[in-house]
Each structure stands twice: as structure tokens, then as C-alpha cells.
Ligand binder design. Structure first.
Ligand code: ZN
Length: 440
């Protein structure tokens, strides 16, 4: 392998600056009305391109992608409901969750009884607006707080959704950051949710922010950062990029990275991929509510990357898992719900996982018969003449013992309980001393 790059973690700004920067980027994306196609996705990608070298791809409506077809493009200009007394009781201009994504156009006067089936609310959370979509079945809905719905009097309502479903394109963005090796690390975030902060803006912002830092350093792997609409975007990318998919050695999706729960890592379908083991090591050091879950065929776009025909080693990193926080897919998933300190913590954990992947290697001890004498190689005493601290000596001994050409550094960390970074540092010392040789 090529030389191990310095840790990404060491090159990141401190948590205060990191949290502030990622939150500000998420906040700039929050007001945009995104869907799986349309102007909102393009505007979002334009903003992300300020952070990471992003190439925008357009896939025309009607294009077949794997078992799917790119849908018509949805454009929304205005939507509102006017009550019998002339008041606008719901207005898309107030909140873009008020209209279900992909609603077909409508301009009609109708009695409340006829309107009622098109009104979506959350009776158990009466102050919140739900997030609803009609992607693949033509329909229209307004979403509103249940309290507002309950206050509607009988009578005729004027309902307007000024929207278009027309041939256009699906848009996704891709940033490729070359590394020393052609093998790739794929990290993706969905870009299709409207004003939802944790479930969606946090993931896009963290990925673009990380991309800037990855772009400014020497990486071992090539990084491919994918910003695509959920499901159909990942499917379109897979359909168009079989060669790149074949180069993916590690990967994960990023979503819900700004709340105070978790952190949560969901394993890839393979279950024991390097990324799965790296994430388990990093989250294992966090303790507390950190957890590693087994793969399941639901969630974000790891579902597509882990479909059996591709079976890519792609997991999912989140704080709270989707659906497990009460704010999920409601207007309460706002910019107050995501916090700079949680975004910074997520950045640190993700960088830690990448450092393990980038730093992993397999070695052979060049003096495996008996312990090599460390003292005469300067590996027993430090520069101050005193014995090296015990954790440093233990890391050296573990690496020397397990460097049999079969244990990777990740395997050594799993078996010894010694933090990966200490084993990596020990291996670097032993390489300099000539006591290790890489096994390719
Ligand atoms: Zn979602």
C-alpha cells in the first residue's frame, strides 16, 4: 500500500468552529424547497459546490434506470387554501411542508367534506406539520397542523396548487477527490427533503464540509461524494456508473447527524466489511448511547448500494436513527433541533472512521522468533531516557505479536482492545525500525 496519510482528525478545525460552520451551511440549505427533482435540488447543489468540487448531472425524465424510470420534473410556484370567509388558512409561502411533494396541480372550489381527504395532519402532534410525498402515484395534499385542521368550518374552500409535472430531469451532484489508490470510498447524502434540518440538511452540510477538508489533503483512497435524491437518485447513479460502483471499497450514507441521540451505525449487508469494523471500533470508544446495528433492507440509500446485485460495503451513519425521534418528518425537525456541538461530534466520528479505514494495513514481523530487543532499537526508552508509557509499549507488543501477515491493524484493535490510533502509531515506529514489512 501507499504511505499512510496523516490523520484527517488532526487536520479538522476545533469543535466550536466545525459546529458553527456545518450548522451555518445547513441553515443556508434549510429554506429551499427540495424534492426528488426540480429547481430546489439544483439550488442546493449550487450552494454545496461552494464547499466541494461538485459536478452536476442531469438524467432526463423517462430514462430507464435499473428497474425504475426517471419521473417528470416537479415545479411548485404557489399553493394555498382560502376559507369560506376569505382567510388563507394554509399557504405554501409560509412553510414548504404545507404541500405534499409531487402534488399534481389543482385550482378548484370544493366543500370541506371533499377537501378533507386531501388534508394531512398529525392528531398526536397537533402543532406540527407532517412531511408527505406523492412521488409515484398522482395525487395532491396539503399538510397542516391538526389544530388548524380542526378549526376549519364547513363551507366552500378555494384550493390552489400552482405546480407543474413535466418532462425535465433528475439532478444529482458528485465530487471525486482523487487519492493515491484507485479504490474508492463512497459517501452519500440524500438531497430530496424540503425544510427538514436533521433529516436532510445536516447530512448534506456535513458531507460537503468534510469534502472541503478531504480535498485539501493527500488521501490514500479516492473519495466519491454523492449528493442525490433518495432512492431514485442512488438508483440512477448505480445505473450510470457500474465501473465506479465496482471500485467502491468502503462507504456509508450520512443522515440525521445533528441531533443529540446515538451515534448509530448500521452495518452494510456484508456485515463484516472493513467499514463496519472501523465504525464499530470508533463507536466503541464513545460508549454511552452509541450503538452498531445490523443491516436491514430499509433506511436510506444504503438500501440501493447493498441490493444483492451490487452488495457494496456501504453502511449508514446517523445520530438518532430515522423514525426514532419525535421530530422526524415534521416541522419540528428545524434548525433549533440540530445543534452545532452534535454536528461537530458527528464530523469527528466520521473522520475517525475514515482514519481507521485509511490507516488499516497488514504487516509481517521481520523478527518473529522470540521478542525482538526493543531497547537497542530505541523502542523501549523515550527521548527523555525514561521507559515509554505502558500503553505505548503495549501497543508495540501487540503489533509485533499479531503481525503475522494475517491480522490487519483493525483485527489487532478488535482482539487487543488497544485503540486503533495507538496501534497505527506503534506500526509506524516499528516500520521505521525495520521490524515490520507490509503484506500486500
Ligand atoms: Zn426522510
Amino acid at each position: 500500500m501507499s504511505e499512510t496519510p496523516p490523520p484527517l482528525l488532526a487536520s479538522l478545525p476545533d469543535d466550536v468552529d466545525a459546529g458553527r460552520e456545518i450548522h451555518a451551511l445547513a441553515a443556508s440549505l434549510f429554506p429551499i424547497c427540495r424534492s426528488i427533482t426540480g429547481a430546489g435540488v439544483r439550488e442546493t447543489l449550487d450552494r454545496l459546490a461552494d464547499w466541494v468540487p461538485l459536478v452536476r448531472h442531469e438524467v432526463p425524465s423517462g430514462t430507464d434506470v435499473l428497474d425504475w424510470t426517471i419521473p417528470p420534473e416537479w415545479s411548485i410556484r404557489a399553493a394555498h387554501i382560502t376559507a369560506p370567509d376569505g382567510r388563507r388558512v394554509v399557504d405554501f409561502a409560509d412553510h414548504n411542508l404545507h404541500v405534499a411533494s409531487y402534488s399534481v396541480p389543482v385550482d378548484r372550489v370544493m366543500p370541506l367534506a371533499e377537501l378533507r381527504p386531501h388534508l394531512r395532519s398529525l392528531p398526536e402532534k397537533p402543532g406540527l406539520i407532517p412531511y408527505v410525498t406523492h412521488y409515484y402515484r398522482p395525487d395532491w395534499s396539503f399538510c397542516l397542523p391538526h389544530a388548524t385542521l380542526e378549526s376549519l368550518a364547513d363551507g366552500d374552500y378555494h384550493v390552489v396548487i400552482d405546480a407543474t409535472l413535466a418532462p425535465g430531469a433528475l439532478t444529482y451532484g458528485e465530487a471525486v477527490i482523487p487519492g493515491a489508490e484507485p479504490g474508492e470510498i463512497l459517501i452519500s447524502a440524500h438531497v430530496c427533503h424540503p425544510s427538514l434540518a436533521n433529516d436532510n440538511c445536516s447530512g448534506m452540510a456535513l458531507l460537503a464540509w468534510l469534502g472541503r477538508h478531504l480535498s485539501s489533503r493527500a488521501n490514500r483512497y479516492t473519495y466519491r461524494l454523492l449528493f442525490a435524491p433518495g432512492t431514485i437518485g442512488a438508483i440512477a447513479w448505480l445505473a450510470r456508473n457500474p465501473d465506479a460502483a465496482g471500485r467502491v471499497r468502503h462507504g456509508f450514507t450520512l443522515s440525521n447527524v445533528g441531533d443529540g441521540g446515538g451515534p448509530t451505525y448500521k452495518r452494510s449487508r456484508r456485515g463484516t466489511a472493513t467499514v463496519d469494523r472501523a465504525a464499530a471500533l470508533v463507536l466503541g470508544e464513545v460508549g454511552g448511547s452509541a450503538r452498531v446495528l445490523d443491516f436491514s433492507p430499509y433506511g436510506y440509500d444504503e438500501r440501493q448500494f447493498c441490493s444483492p446485485g451490487f452488495d457494496l460495503p456501504v453502511g449508514a451513519f446517523q445520530r438518532s436513527r430515522w423514525g426514532e425521534f419525535p421530530e422526524y418528518h415534521t416541522s419540528a425537525d428545524d434548525l433549533d433541533f440540530i445543534r452545532p456541538e452534535h454536528l461537530a461530534s458527528s464530523a469527528r466520528l466520521v473522520a475517525g472512521i475514515l482514519d481507521v479505514i485509511e490507516g488499516d494495513a497488514t504487516y509481517r514481523n521481520t523478527a518473529p522468533f522470540g521478542e525482538p530487543q526493543l531497547g537497542r532499537r530505541g523502542l523501549y526508552d523515550g527521548a527523555d531516557g525514561r521507559p515509554l508509557p505502558e500503553p505505548v509499549r503495549m501497543a508495540l507488543l501487540w503489533v509485533l505479536n499479531l503481525a503475522d501477515g494475517r491480522h490487519s491493524l483493525i483485527a489487532m484493535a478488535e482482539r487487543s482492545g488497544v485503540p486503533f490510533r495507538d496501534l497505527r502509531a506503534a506500526a509506524d515506529r516499528l516500520l521505521v525500525a525495520g521490524l515490520l514489512e507490509p503484506v500486500t
